[in-house]
Design a binder for this molecule. Structure first.
Ligand SMILES: C[S@@+](CC[C@H](N)C(=O)[O-])C[C@H]1O[C@@H](n2cnc3c(N)ncnc32)[C@H](O)[C@@H]1O
Length: 260
């Protein structure tokens, strides 16, 4: 954990008591910022801290190796951890309608992980660890191709998350933009636009900048900036209702803080 995150966590732990009350709220240094240099396991607990009250039922539907959860205390949430590796597809979840407080979605984010044959998938040879961390390592045999395959999974999983979430439930989505076939795809914008049409309100956005330099690759002439950032998007299922209204079980988005 780097210095910035250590000091963030220290502030969250140490400064629990409001210093001075005013009609507009409390003066506090307990702020969580929208951009971080660091790793998923450093930023993820801060996003939960801001948007998901302790005791919530949280379905992480692409649990993978559970890296997101490394710094989250085990007893803080009722975690339902599934992955395609255990036979649970995030497009067909085994939960009742409206039964979950929060869904976490982090499917493979780049088209190279959705190829029809293993030989054409990203992450071969010395990059095998990358493939096994970011996907289940299996080829995609049906549905759209290339970048549309990436979006197809995000869109279908978003619809399923909407079904299982209660009203004002929270959906946290990890994604990264990509250049595919030399064309820029702003995946985070495509996801936000589509999820809004499903009835989600885009409540927050975090930019995560990787702390190390991406590996070098052979480039004749660089045409796009090499991506060294990704996103966590936070949605609330409002179905068009006022996003500031408190829900029946408490609005997880405000948690008693200034909802700016
Ligand atoms: C980027 S990794 C997730 C990493 C995870 N967030 C962590 O903290 O370790 C993507 C995961 O999505 C899973 N996956 C791919 N397709 C899926 C699907 N249709 N349903 C559920 N999980 C899927 C892969 O098996 C892989 O574990």
């Amino acid at each position: 954990m780097n210095r910035q995150h250590k000091s963030q966590l220290a502030l969250l732990e140490a400064d629990d008591t409001p210093k001075r009350k005013s009609p507009d709220g409390v003066t506090t240094s307990r702020l969580i910022f929208s951009a971080y240099v660091g790793t998923n396991e450093e930023l993820f607990p801060l996003i939960l801290e801001l948007h998901v009250p302790p005791g919530s039922v949280v379905a992480d539907v692409t649990y993978g190796k559970g890296i997101f959860w490394k710094n989250v205390p085990k007893d803080k949430y009722f975690l339902l951890a599934t992955d395609i590796e255990d036979g649970v597809d995030c497009r067909h979840l085994p939960y009742e309608d409206g039964s979950v407080d929060c869904v976490i979605l982090d499917p493979p984010y780049m088209e190279g992980l959705y190829r029809r044959s293993k030989a054409h998938m990203a992450g071969s040879g010395t990059y095998a660890a990358f493939r096994s961390t970011y996907s289940n390592g299996e080829p995609t045999t049906d549905g759209p191709k290339y970048h549309d395959a990436v979006l197809d999974l995000y869109f279908k999983a978003g619809k399923e998350a909407h079904r299982v979430l209660r009203k004002y439930g929270v959906l946290i989505v990890k994604c990264q933009d990509e250049v595919s076939a030399n064309v820029q795809h702003l995946t985070h914008v495509e996801i936000i636009t589509h999820y809004q049409s499903l009835g989600f309100y885009a409540k927050d956005l975090f930019v995560l900048v990787r702390p190390n330099r991406p590996a070098m690759s052979r480039v004749k002439k660089q045409e796009h900036a090499r991506k060294n950032h990704s996103y966590f998007l936070v949605f609330v299922k409002t179905d068009g209702a006022n996003p500031r209204r408190k829900g029946e079980h408490g609005h997880p988005g405000t948690m008693g803080r200034d909802p700016r």
